[in-house]
Ligand binder design. Sequence first.
Ligand code: ADP
Length: 388
Amino acid sequence: MESALLVPLSLLLGAILGGGAVAIVIAAARRGQRAAQVATSTVPDGVGQVIDALESAALVLDASNTVIKTSPGAHALGLVWHRALVHARLIEVVDRVRRSGEAVTEDLELTRGPLGDAQLRLSVRVAPLGTRFMLLIADDRTEAHRLEAVRRDFVANISHELKTPIGAVGLLAEALEHASDDPEQVRKFADRLQIESARLAAMTQEIIELSRLQASNALADPAEVDVESVVSAAIDKNRVAAEAAGIQLVAGGAKKVKVLGDEAMLVTAVHNLIANAIQYSTKPSRVGIGVIRTDDIVEIAVTDQGVGIPDDELDRVFERFFRVDQARSRATGGTGLGLSIVKHIVQNHGGDVRVWSQAGHGSTFTIRLPRPVEQSTEPAPKKKKVRA
Ligand code: ADP
C-alpha cells in the first residue's frame, strides 16, 4: 500500500474507534443515571405502607441521604426540609450506622424545624434497611420530659417549703425542754408549736389537693352547679376569719346561673380567693363577691381594697409557692399554694382566672367559666290543625 493512503486510513480508523469508545462511555453513564434515579425514588417493597401506617415520625433515606419516604409525623416534628434531614446531629447518627451496619438508639435534643427555637426531646432509632437504605424512627418525648421537670421542680419546692416549719417544730421542742421551770415560757412555746403544726397540716393538705388536680386535666363527671350556692358556701367558710379581721363580705350580682363542674372544687377556688382578699386587707374594709353572666361566660369576681400587688409581680402570683411578701404571707399562715390551686381548678373546668391589681389600692381576681350550652328538653309545640 502507498504510504500516502496509509495516513488518512489510520486517521479514519482512529476516529471510528474513538467515537465508539465515547458512545459506550456516554451510554454507560446514562444507564448509571437511570439506575440511580430508580434507586433513589423507590422504597423497598412493603416499607412504604408500613411507614404510612406509623403514628410516630419515620423516614427512609437512600445512599446519598436523600429522604425518599416520610410519615406525616416526620414533617410535623420538622425533621425533613427539601427531602433532606434538617439536623446535622441526625445526619451524623445515620452516617455512623451506615459505616458500622449496627442499629442504634439515641436520645437527642433538637430544634423543631430548620428555623424553630422550640426544643424537642426525641428518642431516635436508626437502622440499616437492606444494603442501601437507612430507616429512622423518632419518638417525641418532649411532653414526658417537661412533666418530669415539673415533678422534680415540685418535689424540690415542697422539700424546701417543709424544711422551715419542720425546723421550727424541732427548735420549739428544744426550747420547751429548757424552759420547763417557767410556765409562762412553756405556754408561749406551746402556742408557737401549735401554729407551726397547723401550718404543716395546711401545707400538706394543699400539696395533696394540688397534686390531685395536676394529675387530671379535665373533670371526669361534671354536674350542673348553681353558682350562687358556690359563692354562699365559700362566704360561709370565710365568715369567722372575716369577722375576726374586721372585714365585711358583700355578695351580689346575677342569680340562677349554672355552670358544669364539680361543686366542691369550685367552692374551694372561690374560698381561696376570698381568704386571700381578707388576708391581704387591713381593717376596716369590704370584700365584694360578684357574679356576672354574659351570653357564653360566667364571671365570679372577688374584689378587695387591700395591699394590692405590684405590677411586676402580677404574672407570678399563680405560681406554686410564690409570695409577694414572704414575711407577711408566713405571718398569716400562707402556703403560697392557694392561687395555684384556684388556677388548676378553673382550668379543669375549661375556664381561666385573671387578676387586676394596683399596689396600695386593692385587687380583683376574676374566675371565668364557660356557660353550658342550653339544651331545650321540651318537645317542640305541635302545630294546631286548622279545619277547613
Ligand atoms: P398565700 O398562701 O401566700 O396567700 P397564694 O397562692 O394564695 O398564697 O397567693 C400568692 C401570693 O399572691 C400571696 O403570697 C400574696 O403575696 C399575693 N396575693 C394573693 N391574693 C392577694 C390579694 N387579694 N391581695 C394582695 N396580694 C395577694
